[in-house]
Design a protein around this ligand. Structure first.
Ligand SMILES: Cc1cc2nc3c(=O)[nH]c(=O)nc-3n(C[C@H](O)[C@H](O)[C@H](O)COP(=O)(O)OP(=O)(O)OC[C@H]3O[C@@H](n4cnc5c(N)ncnc54)[C@H](O)[C@@H]3O)c2cc1C
Length: 399
């Protein structure tokens, strides 16, 4: 059997990639190791406006998110956003993933469930795959193999394409009864709950997703469960959690930092497999969709000419340089403003953020998806941030 493209992994990024390729007349086989789409998932379910407009899956939205209450380690709150300005969407991830993959199938992709590669060999003019399926092993040949197979990507390991720069770990419970504000998410900082990062409570229709993320090396001997438990018992806000009933639990890796070799010859990586999650939010759907939009036109040219020479591949990889640069800058900002700060320093930052003129600046140009413009303005304009500027400026401006 022959296909132009085989995509391993029918998550949101693999599904969107398959759809975009099929729409351009390319034959695509989409493989998913699980028996159903969208299960299991590990996600807080936030989909940014760009990704939502590309997917056109507004029907999967559970809550429109227009604002945030951010808390310092000692409980200083900063409230941002206004109700008229929806910033992001909280979706049902199962329905979202199903919708994206349905889009691929409607566009002409073949979808094989409960199927995964056993071996793959890249030759000069094709990639030969052996695939385990419920009907037995199958041999497939394709011109291009795409790994959209998540954080622990088999394709990435098989072809030795490097590792994401950082691997965070996220843990989340889904609860009923959280006392939040409709349309507003809560973020909690502090080494007790989320060393170097933040914890969250995100409204998602009838339920709320409460989670935390951090890097294993910052967590010492403590588990994510323990950190989240501590958050829920913290006297400053334990009342908000007092009626919570748990209905689900999720834990998963968050790979961030584009791998060294995102494409080698006829093999390319997408989404989490490539290390595309944002260092600031952990969001991976938006960056994965953006990568698909950036690369598909060039990959189509390669397919049409059947040209996957070093020069052609270099051109495709070159398109990802802005993503690499943006990730590096965002990570530097995150480190300066959050990850490398002590709880005391964070409290000081929050007391500045909570000043009306600074909160106004955040409301005007703040966007957690695009933190660089706000970060640079703050480093320039808020005198108290000059000390941090020394730490951050070099990496942020030139990183
Ligand atoms: C706790 C937590 C909260 C998060 N919250 C958000 C959020 O709010 N917003 C956001 O944008 N992102 C969030 N993320 C990140 C987000 O979940 C991922 O970035 C996103 O799912 C990446 O999509 P993907 O298609 O690249 O990979 P995945 O969603 O991981 O999909 C990969 C698919 O490949 C399949 N697969 C894997 N290996 C094989 C194989 N060998 N053969 C066949 N199939 C295979 C898997 O079963 C899966 O279906 C969160 C992550 C965590 C852990």
């Amino acid at each position: 059997m022959e296909y132009d493209v085989v995509v391993i992994g029918a998550g949101p990024v693999g599904g969107f990639l398959a759809q975009r390729m099929c729409e351009e007349g390319v034959s695509v086989l989409l493989l998913e190791e699980h028996a159903q789409i969208g299960r299991p998932f590990q996600c807080a379910g936030l989909v940014n406006p760009e990704a939502m407009s590309l997917a056109g899956l507004e029907s999967t939205v559970l809550t429109q998110i227009w604002g945030a209450r951010i808390h310092s380690p000692s409980g200083i709150p900063v409230e941002i956003g206004n109700e008229q300005d929806v910033r992001t969407w909280s979706v049902c991830r199962k329905l979202f993933d199903e919708g994206v993959v349905k889009g691929a199938v409607n566009a002409g992709a073949d979808l094989w469930l409960s199927s995964k590669p056993i071996s793959a060999d890249a030759n000069e003019d094709h990639v030969q795959l052996s695939i385990s399926t419920p009907q037995g092993d199958q041999t497939i040949s394709c011109k291009l193999l795409c790994g959209a197979d998540g954080a622990h990507s088999w394709v990435r390991r098989r072809f030795k394409m490097g590792r994401p720069k950082e691997l965070m770990i996220g843990f989340q419970v889904e609860v009923t009864g959280y006392k939040g504000e409709p349309g507003r998410l809560d973020m909690y900082t502090g080494s007790k709950f989320s060393p170097g990062f933040f914890a969250w409570a995100i409204p998602s229709g009838e339920t709320t997703r409460i989670g935390t993320w951090s890097k294993p090396e910052l967590m010492g001997d403590e588990s994510c469960e323990l950190l989240l438990d501590r958050l829920r018992k913290e006297p400053l806000w334990s009342e908000r959690f007092s009626d919570c009933q748990e209905v689900g639990r999720f834990c998963g890796p968050i790979p961030s930092g584009l791998v060294k070799r995102p494409m080698i010859g006829r093999v390319a990586l997408f989404g989490d497999a490539a290390g595309l999650c944002k260092p600031t939010t952990g969001g991976g759907i938006g960056p994965g969709f953006k990568q698909v939009e950036m690369l598909v036109p060039n990959l189509l040219k390669c397919l049409k000419r059947n040209d996957f020479s070093d020069a052609a591949v270099k051109q495709v990889i070159g398109l990802l340089n802005p993503i690499r640069r943006e990730q590096n800058r965002a990570r530097a900002l995150r480190d300066a403003f959050l990850t490398e700060m002590t709880d005391e320093e964070l409290d000081n930052v929050f007391s500045i953020w909570s000043r009306p003129e600074v909160t106004e600046l955040i409301n005007q140009i703040g966007d957690i998806e695009q933190p660089i413009p706000l970060g640079i303005r703050m480093l320039k304009e808020v005198p108290e941030f000059r000390a941090i500027a020394k730490r951050a400026a070099k990496a942020v401006l030139w990183g």
